[in-house]
Design a binder for this molecule. Structure first.
Ligand code: GLU
Length: 510
């Protein structure tokens, strides 16, 4: 299959993988890794593999794996092979691949490229301290490379960790798909752990990440490994393993670090960045995808408009940046607002039903208005959709019509009602109010325009001076959908009640 990428070294069978550990919720960084892998594969006609790296049984949870499937599917990122759908290179869960890791490990031990280490955690910590104190990198000291030293510790009945014997005096270089030439000195890489075992027999042990990932990427025919910058220091270790096992390595690309707007590493401190949080807040999946694509890439002029298909046709690894990218929640919110405004009304109406029922219980929509229930509901959703940033925001914006009472008055709105002309404006509103005027949002708009002009002509008040007190009295807020919609959705009797109540409070008792 011809590829659109002019890299002459790029073979046609691109196979990439997203390999999360199911030890927690999916965050924006993981989604970015999944997305860029997906886009890379799809833009070159390749395959996107989902592999679950449950190498740590204590921390892995089936529910996080389930979330992973649901969230990727919700975002529209579809995998070609994975634990749930199978494929030619399965199984796709690390925990089911231990036999493969064992045989690679046995090969390494037989070659003398790996050895058991019996140092205790306390001894390892002391070795690290010692290295740091004498200005050396805090890597493993190599104590158990020596067979006698190792034997002495083994006799104490300790369980071993199998370590890789890192060759000395080597420069480990590779061409990163995003960063270009990268190199490490083998002196900086300590003999790292491959496997934890109960005893020398290796029975009942388990492979650590670096061994598992190399065995799996090789066995699954992965051509390109795209992952976060935090894995950059693992790459020299993995390259040494590829060499020792006689495998040819994939290409590696390390995506930019994602930082907070103040430049620090993104963390809990900057709020929740998990996908389920954004889903709950009512972000649309297409907005999350379009925004996530901007983290380390500048995809087109109006990036908020990009669909997955657009992103596939725009994607090229060579356009990705290695500079840190800023996760700016405000900007993502803006993306969402734009997508929400453009989203099909019926879809949003359906998404809002459970949210509104949860917030307001069973609401009697059309009562006391000229609309039937469904028309009323669609007008309400449409009006909130115009204004809102998220679906949760829409819930708040619908409060004026759905809450059993007028929402609590904001300070700003209360301030408007203290203006000296407010009572006269509200009195004029009441006087002119009629069922006929509120029959449709459009008729209500025309009626309000007429009212505004009349008050301007008689009292010289400007538009806001008329509209703000009315809006405040009806909704408790100065923000919200246009007043024509508000009045028409509330209907004559609710408008009257709310304005009368405010007027009563405005007027000093006689
Ligand atoms: N399981 C690793 C993680 O969740 C994957 C690292 C890799 O892609 O090699 O970070």
């Amino acid at each position: 299959m011809p590829t659109k990428d002019p890299h002459s070294t790029m073979p046609t069978a691109v196979r990439v993988r997203y390999a999360p550990s199911p030890t927690g919720r999916q965050h924006i960084g993981g989604v970015r890794t999944a997305l860029f892998n997906y886009l890379h594969a799809k833009s070159l006609g390749g395959s996107f593999v989902l592999r679950v790296e449950d190498t740590d049984p204590e921390r892995s949870r089936p529910r996080f794996e389930q979330d992973l499937y649901e969230q990727l599917a919700w975002l529209g990122i579809r995998w070609d092979e994975g634990p749930d759908i199978g494929g030619d290179y399965g199984p796709y869960r690390s925990s089911e691949r231990q036999a493969l890791y064992r045989s690679a490990l046995e090969q390494l031990i037989a070659q003398g490229a790996a050895y058991p280490c019996y140092c205790s955690p306390e001894e390892l910590a002391a070795q690290r301290q010692e290295a740091l104190a004498s200005g050396r990198p805090p890597r493993y000291s190599g104590h158990c490379r020596n067979a006698e030293a190792r034997e002495a510790l083994r006799r104490r009945g300790r369980s071993p960790v199998i370590r890789f014997r890192v060759p000395e005096g080597r420069r480990i270089a590779f061409r990163d798909l995003i960063r270009g030439e990268v190199s490490h000195e083998s002196e900086d890489v300590g003999d790292f752990s491959l496997y934890r075992s109960r005893d020398e027999s290796l029975e009942g042990g388990r492979a650590f990440y670096n061994l598992a990932v190399v065995v799996d990427d090789h066995a699954m025919g992965i051509s390109d490994v795209l992952r976060g910058e935090e894995h950059l220091s693992n790459t020299p270790r993995q390259l040494l393993l590829y060499e020792a096992l006689g495998y040819s390595p994939p290409r590696f690309g390390h995506l930019s670090l994602i930082v907070s707007p103040d430049g620090s590493k993104l963390s809990k401190r900057h709020g929740d960045t998990s996908i389920d949080y954004y889903a709950q807040e009512g972000y649309l999946p297409e907005a999350i995808v379009a925004y996530t694509a901007t983290l380390g890439w500048a995809p087109g002029r109006n990036p908020e408009r990009n669909s997955l298909e657009d992103l596939i046709s725009l994607f090229s690894l060579r356009r990705l940046s290695s500079n840190p990218s800023t996760f700016d929640e405000k900007r993502m919110e803006w993306f969402n607002q734009r997508r929400l405004q453009r989203a099909e009304r019926g879809r949003i109406a359906d998404l809002m039903r459970p949210r509104l029922s949860e917030a307001y219980g069973r609401w009697e929509a059309a009562e006391g208005t000229a609309h039937d229930r469904e028309t009323w509901y669609c007008h309400l959703v449409g009006a909130a959709q115009e204004e809102a940033t998220t679906l949760s925001d829409m819930v708040r914006l619908c409060a004026f019509a759905l809450a059993s009472e007028r929402p609590e008055m904001s300070a700003e709105a209360a301030g408007t009602l203290e203006d000296q002309w407010a009572p006269a404006v509200l009195a004029a509103f009441l006087k002119e109010l009629s069922e006929e005027a509120l029959a449709t949002p459009q008729s209500a708009n025309e009626w309000l325009t007429g009212l505004r002009h009349a008050i301007r002509d008689s009292d010289g008040l400007r538009g806001r001076q008329v509209m703000f007190p009315i809006r405040a009295a009806l909704t408790g807020s100065l923000r919200g959908p246009c007043l024509g919609i508000v009045t028409s959705l509330l209907g004559q009797s609710r408008c009257r009640e709310r304005v009368e109540e405010v007027l009563k409070a405005c007027q000093p008792p006689l």
